[in-house]
Design a protein around this ligand. Structure first.
Ligand code: GTP
Ligand code: MG
Length: 399
């Protein structure tokens, strides 16, 4: 629920998950300015059919960057929510600005998210600004995956980018795919370490041709796959798994994906994936990681709440039938519709024409007086850039 109407982009489609919080993924997209976050979101929106074709940063036609300041500066200045749908899941991406002046927008995005996609451009060094952003995510305990973007860049060097990430972010960093190089040396696909298949994007577009790996790739796969599997099952709840693996048992891919999700959720394992947002390389693989490798809203601790008088109440659960509790992530004033708030619903279901109690305490030092007021919300929307699409409800876990 954010922003106001403008030109309608994308085709009409139903929005919102079918009442099941476990089929929602909320991710902040974080990384330094220019790392390619907004174009990555755009590429994912195009791949999932939310928009008919990708916009561009230079033309100022992306979904996330629509503010006049963003068009002028060709970078994000405000948090933007981009919801998309893939295989029956709702994926809410919160595109955050990378430039340090907009850290308030970044923090708002982290509050709405259950995990983060941390974007590092291949060819860029991990500088102090990038480290500061990584620490922002760590400080709030967000599970993270690292996306190495701009693989088509002439200076893109996968090995160097991976080494820099390991040095900066620690041993928990491990690639899920290796790059596949074409005859000209450019990256033309990915080699899946869990699936042990080649995803060839030479023909263009986000849908790869899938095939068995060639003999020349096998040694590289065996080495990197072994390291990846050991990192994943080190975090497994099944303590027999490591012994079985070391005894030579072939662990099923479904088990590995479940354990991957556990390892990511604990915030100690950071899978790495490479993409090129312009060509769509790696975008399908990233969508699969988003739905299969990240925690759903019910797997994250919900905030402790009290009654208005400060007395304790039952802990929250992300139950759409529970009491309505949410957090206003940010509010903007629109000249046509008035106040538009982006809300993370923790419990219950937000519906149009509902009376709510809005409470805010403890921020007087930052110029926000304590307040308690009953208010009535008018309508509930799902945003897509400047377009607000009316929806009938927003369930626990959704934005
Ligand atoms: N060639 C190429 N260019 C890319 C790719 N991804 C992003 N770019 C370009 O990199 C520049 C920065 O991309 P953005 O998506 O705006 O970067 P951002 O991370 O959102 O930056 P901030 O909004 O400032 O935080 C733009 O000119 C993009 O067109 C890519 O995969 N390949
Ligand atoms: Mg941006």
């Amino acid at each position: 629920m954010s922003k106001q109407s403008g030109s309608t982009r994308g085709r009409e489609r139903s929005v919102g998950p079918a009442g099941d919080p476990s089929r929602i993924r909320n991710l902040a997209v974080v990384g330094r300015s220019g790392s390619g976050k907004t174009l990555l979101v755009e590429s994912l929106l195009a791949a999932t059919g939310e928009i008919n074709r990708m916009g561009s940063i230079t033309e100022g036609s992306t979904v996330s960057d629509s503010d006049p300041a963003e068009l002028k500066q060709q970078r994000s200045v405000a948090l933007a929510l981009a919801p998309m749908h893939h295989r029956g899941y709702t994926i809410n991406l919160l595109d955050t600005p990378g430039y340090a002046d907009f850290v308030g927008e970044l923090r708002a995005g982290l509050r709405g998210a259950d995990a983060a996609l941390f974007v590092v451009a291949a060819g860029d060094d991990i500088d102090a600004a990038t480290m500061a952003l990584w620490e922002e995510c760590a400080a709030v305990g967000l599970p993270r995956a690292v996306v190495i973007s701009r693989l088509d860049h002439p200076r893109a060097d996968w090995e160097r980018a991976l080494d820099s990430c390991r040095t900066a972010f620690g041993d928990g960093v491990a690639p899920l795919y290796l790059p596949l190089h074409g005859d000209d040396g450019a990256v033309c696909g990915l080699i899946g370490l869990l699936s042990q298949q080649v995803f060839d994007h030479s023909a263009g577009g986000h849908v790869p041709t899938v095939r068995e790996p060639e003999a020349e790739h096998r040694d590289g796969i065996v080495e990197a796959r072994g390291a990846l599997i050991e990192s994943i099952i080190a975090e497994s709840e099944d303590e027999t798994l490591m012994d079985r693996y070391l005894d030579g048992e072939d662990i099923e891919i479904e088990t590995l994906i479940d354990d991957l999700e556990t390892a990511v959720s604990r915030g100690s394992f950071f899978p790495v994936l490479g993409v090129c947002s312009i060509s769509g390389l790696g975008i399908t693989a990233l969508l699969e990681l988003l739905v299969g490798g990240f925690p759903h809203p019910g797997e994250r601790a919900l905030p402790t709440i009290t009654a208005i008088d400060g007395s304790p109440v039952e802990p929250l659960t992300p139950d759409p039938a529970g009491p309505l509790v949410g957090e206003v992530i940010k509010t903007t004033i629109d000249p046509y519709v008035g106040r538009v708030s982006l809300i993370r619903v923790f419990s219950g279901t937000l519906r149009p024409e509902t009376a709510l109690h809005v409470s805010g305490h403890g921020l007087t030092d930052r110029g926000h007086d304590d307040h308690d007021a009953d208010e009535r919300i008018a309508s509930v929307h799902s945003p897509l850039g400047t377009t607000l699409r009316p929806i009938g409800e927003c369930i626990a876990g959704d934005l």
